[in-house]
Design a protein around this ligand. Sequence first.
Ligand SMILES: [Zn+2]
Length: 257
Amino acid sequence: MELNLSPQFKERINQFIQSQSKNSSDENKSYLSHRYKCSKCKDLTFIIEGKEVIPCKCKEEKDTENIYASSGISGELVNKSFDNFNYAYDLQIMDAFNTAKNYAKYFNSIKNTKNNSIIFMGSEGCGKTHLSLAIANNLINRGIYVVYMSCVDDMKILKRSIKKREDYINAIDRYKEAQVLILDDLFRFNVSDIELEIISDIINYRYINSKPMIINSEKSMKDICDIDESVGNIISQICKKRNVEIKVNRLGSKVYG
Ligand SMILES: [Zn+2]
């Protein structure tokens, strides 16, 4: 079968085959070896062994980089993990931590069920964003495509695009189609009709297509249902088994009664 490869790719394969046929001392001297991040595969992400093509070890790393590039997760959000989450101060937060960790651990058996999502509710500083991102970073490192949506910042971009239908469809697509979506800070401020329409559009689509969501909000489930009953009903259903309400803040003082 004739493969339809670009000339650049053919050239790289030729370089690769030539470099593999040299003996190792030649290879060490070769100027080519200094130009690649991975000297083993010359950045092709695969290795030819005999007649077999096998993935190089660097492939996983590269896949992770690609997922991060399209995820919207950057800066300090990348570093939020289960290892650096401080849960020692409160039993309730320890429970939230365990629920989050188990969700990540058993994600592959959860993802196709009706209750495939998780929600953290609590006031600012209770650790809900950290736990959402700890799950996301864990999944991304296992090759799962996660997209982060700030219901404040990303929402502004979506709102701007709504005037032109084509722009809106293009902008909203990544949040609808992501393997997993983080909805950070759902219903933070007073929600306008347009914002509600956008959130409903995303949540309905993902619900119908059984796509998991990691949601966090300062609002309680009752507040969410009061803002929009249909959105509230979907969230209660998909997060039925992982509906985490944190009623203390990080200083350990009770926020609610
Ligand atoms: Zn490699």
